[in-house]
Design a protein around this ligand. Structure first.
Ligand code: PAF
Length: 273
């Protein structure tokens, strides 16, 4: 595995390769969810590139930029063992100058849910992803469905900017108890982890009710809210695939999204129907 810290050097190296490139952008603290993305990339493409960059532009003031888990050695080993060909590990100065051109999230889809709770977050995500795409020039890029709104906006950016990359959406990986894997799960104490399970339980319960024919989003939300009563729920949203709010579930065209705080940790999860 080759490790690059310099964007231009990596760009030159990758541009010279004739093979297809599967790209997995990450912020490190790699877990099984990331490994699943890497495995998918390995299956589909000749060359696998992983980037690890804790992108300051997507953290708001007061968020966990400083404490975000950084595990360079362990991550490097995971990449090596997973058959990654190139690891891109830039520092902030290599990725950002001052007074730069910026990507803006779209006015509606970018400013609901996560965009509302974390204003500016998606501008930072889209800006860094566009930079990374231009450095790596991947054939395919892999993103987890857990960050459903991020995924939708990256798909939209690829379409709106005519980017030459296939965006591959990969299912959320869960622990055996149902908790969606996230680098931020390391912040949870044992008690908080048990509390956090209520998020997956609420989604599961809603899934069961829908399987029994319940379609009314308000009723489903009330039941989910009840299960998560001890958490600080930021939103429970029922959207269609266009990311418009819906009152009635349409099987095949509905995504249910949750954001909740467990102690100081903010978690998101969703279920697609
Ligand atoms: O999902 C993430 O880990 C980040 O938002 C991403 C896509 C790597 C951009 O920094």
């Amino acid at each position: 595995m080759k490790v690059f810290r310099d964007p231009i050097a990596l760009q030159q190296e990758l541009r010279a390769l004739p093979e297809s490139i599967g790209f997995v952008p990450t912020m490190g603290a790699l877990h099984l969810g990331h490994r699943t993305l890497i495995d998918e990339a390995r299956r589909d493409s000749d060359i696998v590139v992983v980037s690890i960059f804790v992108n300051p532009a997507q953290f708001l003031a007061g968020e966990d930029l400083q404490s975000y888990p950084r595990k360079e050695e362990a991550d490097r080993r995971i990449c090596e063992l997973s058959g990654v060909d190139y690891l891109f590990y830039p520092d902030v100065e290599a990725m950002y100058g001052s007074d730069e051109v910026w990507v803006s999230a779209p006015d509606v889809r970018g400013f609901i849910l996560e965009g509302y709770s974390r204003p500016g977050h998606f501008d930072g995500v889209l800006t860094v992803v566009l930079k990374l795409f231009n450095i790596v020039a991947p054939t395919r890029a892999y993103f987890g469905k857990k960050d459903a709104q991020q995924l939708a906006l990256i798909e939209q950016m690829a379409e709106n900017f005519f980017l030459h990359v296939d965006i591959v959406a990969v299912d959320t990986v869960r622990d055996s108890d149902g908790l969606a894997l996230s680098s931020r799960n390391v912040y949870l104490s044992d008690v908080e982890r048990r509390e956090a399970l209520k998020i997956a339980s609420a989604l599961k319960h809603a899934g069961k009710m829908m399987a029994q024919g319940v379609r009314d989003a308000t009723r489903l939300k009330q039941e989910m809210q009840h299960i998560m009563a001890s958490l600080e729920v930021e939103y429970i949203a029922f959207l269609n695939r266009e990311f418009h709010h819906i009152d009635q579930v349409e099987i095949g065209n509905t995504i249910v999204l949750i954001a909740a705080r467990v102690g100081d940790t903010r978690l998101i999860d969703n279920m697609q129907l």
